[in-house]
Design a protein around this ligand. Structure first.
Ligand code: SF4
Length: 323
């Protein structure tokens, strides 16, 4: 059997030589190829012409099971890795293959495991959790049903219902992925983040990233100020420092978190701008181009980076100061 590893993961496992600024602290593995669905932003979508070895802007080289497992158990890899995450391209065979891979990996390491897949029923979620997986991620991707309809196949409402039922039945075990920059307002994203927090669902925030060969290849990434405000909103909500119901918005843009930005900066420093999601998941360069400003920081921010990130948060479109 062969498995795809993100290029950074391959580096950690000693399977590829390359220079990186930040190593992934989660081993990202991809199972399956060419999805049955047709998300407008995804390199693996049914009608995408993007390279088959891409997911977001990362390349995923393939390795034989034996060399992959050998790399995984190596003490150097175990010293870096905190988690293993299977990104399953949506089809029934891939989900079954994933179960085989989970068992293979569990024979070699005690690292917590996530599966980011598209289970269609509670039973499929249960089957995965019964294997001893810590988190199952069902990606909503879009903050609203309308945006989902424009960018993805299927029904947002049905996905949300499954995610919500699973979160109720398996508390603490559900994660979702939300992409900022698919056309939603900050208000819509903040309300979605609050709804996820109220259900006990862990959220991983992504910045939309245009990939050549996909339907959204010509769309720009979200403005950094927009992304930074959403990161702060997410942090305020998940830390219980405030609620989206008490935020203020102007034309859909966040203007007030219910706590002053100065106080938030003093209390939270760089934490809101680090990669969010399951603990130990840092996804270096998943949405970023090396050398450019980072949407999600894969490690602690420097004092300069903290200052620059908060400066974006204060930058309101209507030039009113956020106080
Ligand atoms: S947050 Fe990270 S580790 Fe968790 S499911 Fe998503 S990609 Fe995997």
């Amino acid at each position: 059997m062969m498995i795809r590893c993100s290029i950074g993961t391959a580096k950690v496992l000693g399977l590829k030589k390359l220079k990186v600024d930040a190593l992934p602290t989660t081993a990202y593995l991809m199972v399956g190829e060419h999805c049955q669905f047709n998300c407008a932003f995804c390199a693996q979508a049914r009608e995408s012409n993007a390279r088959a070895d891409l997911l977001s802007r990362i390349s995923w080289p393939q390795f034989h099971e034996a060399s992959f497992l050998e790399g995984l158990v190596h003490p150097d890899s175990q010293a870096v890795l905190q988690r293993i995450c299977f990104q399953v391209v949506q089809d029934k065979v891939a989900l079954e293959d994933t179960k085989t891979w989970v068992k293979a990996v569990q024979n070699k390491t005690n690292l917590p495991i996530c599966v980011s897949a598209g289970p269609r029923t509670l039973q499929e979620v249960k089957d995965l959790l019964d294997l001893g997986i810590e988190h199952v991620s069902i990606a909503l991707d879009a903050a609203t049903s309308e945006i989902y309809g424009q960018r993805k196949d299927g029904s947002w409402t049905e996905r949300l219902a499954l995610l919500s039922q699973a979160a109720e039945q398996f508390p603490g075990h559900m994660t979702t992925h939300l992409i900022v920059g698919l056309g939603e307002s900050e208000e819509e994203m903040a309300k979605c983040l609050q709804a996820m927090a109220d259900k006990g669902i862990t959220v991983a925030l992504f910045a939309f990233t245009p990939i050549k060969g996909t339907r959204m290849e010509g769309i720009q990434q979200p403005k950094m100020a927009h992304y930074r405000r959403i990161q702060v909103a997410h942090d305020v909500i998940r830390e219980g420092l405030g609620r989206a119901d008490n935020f203020k918005f102007h034309d859909g843009q966040l203007t007030d978190f219910g706590i002053s930005v100065d106080k938030l900066q003093a209390k939270r420093g760089g934490a809101p701008f680090q990669t969010s999601g399951c603990s130990g998941c840092n996804r270096p360069y998943y949405n970023e181009t090396p050398g450019e400003e980072l949407y999600n920081y894969p490690k602690d921010l420097t004092a300069e980076e903290v200052k620059a990130a908060w400066a974006y948060v204060r930058e309101a479109k209507d030039q009113r100061k956020m106080l």
